[in-house]
Design a protein around this ligand. Structure first.
Ligand SMILES: Cc1cc2nc3c(=O)[nH]c(=O)nc-3n(C[C@H](O)[C@H](O)[C@H](O)COP(=O)(O)O)c2cc1C
Length: 212
């Protein structure tokens, strides 16, 4: 297989300054709608990048669970690598890989913990098996075998057989407040359209076109 021959042209769409919504969240919602309408697998999946105390970045996909004028919310295990890193250094980068639409969105910002009342509301909306799995998984920690994980899941299932599954104290959410948001639309001859929204001191958004 010759991977250096794998390439394609990006011709699906163009992004003009005049077409952009001055509000990046409104622009994001428009593109998210397009990603859902195009039936992309996991249209709400976003890559979250964090950095550890030695400056080592790490990244992983999570599901976006809310977006509004405050920012972008996801939920996770608070003992996980990402949560540990974001708690020590809240600087974060999100990436939405909508490349089948020849688009990507990149969000630069800071992460803060979501209030417990909101976490509880979301946790209760999840399927019971997902709630049990949250209890059973010491996310990011070593586990000896898959069997050991399944055994833990079975124990938890038995423990919470009756009634509601309580919210684990080690489970929560992060709200990413954006400072900058980039919208990228693939263009002909690799002359892609890129627009960077940057939050100004007055809380309005400046927009600049970037070279591809
Ligand atoms: C499409 C997709 C969606 C995912 N959604 C979540 C999520 O919402 N929350 C989460 O904690 N992990 C999610 N995961 C698992 C993470 O990618 C990751 O493996 C896990 O959170 C542990 O990451 P960490 O050890 O870097 O903290 C998802 C994985 C995929 C492929």
């Amino acid at each position: 297989m010759k991977i250096d021959d794998i390439r394609r042209s990006y011709t699906k769409d163009k992004l003009d300054a005049e077409k952009l919504n001055p509000d990046p969240i409104a622009q994001f919602e428009l593109w998210l709608k397009d990603a859902i309408a195009a039936e992309l697998p996991d249209p709400t999946a976003m890559c979250v990048a964090s950095v550890d105390s030695r400056g080592q970045p790490s990244q992983r996909l999570v599901l976006l669970k809310d977006v509004n004028q405050d920012g972008f919310t996801f939920y996770t295990n608070l003992g996980s690598r990402k949560a540990t890193e974001l708690s020590a250094n809240p600087k974060v980068c999100l990436h939405f890989p909508w490349h089948p639409l020849e688009r990507q969105v990149i969000v630069y910002g800071t992460a803060e913990r979501v209030p417990n009342s909101q976490v509880m509301k979301y946790f209760l909306s999840r399927p019971k098996e997902s709630q049990l799995a949250a209890w059973a998984s010491e996310q990011s920690r070593p586990v000896s075998t898959r069997q050991a994980l399944l055994q833990k899941f079975a124990e938890i299932k038995h423990k919470f057989e009756h009634g509601e599954v309580p919210l684990p104290s080690f489970w929560g959410g992060f709200l990413v407040r954006p400072q900058q948001i980039e919208f990228w639309q693939g263009g002909e001859h690799r002359l892609h359209d890129r627009f960077m929204y940057s939050k100004s001191a007055g809380n309005s958004w400046d927009i600049e076109r970037l070279c591809p």
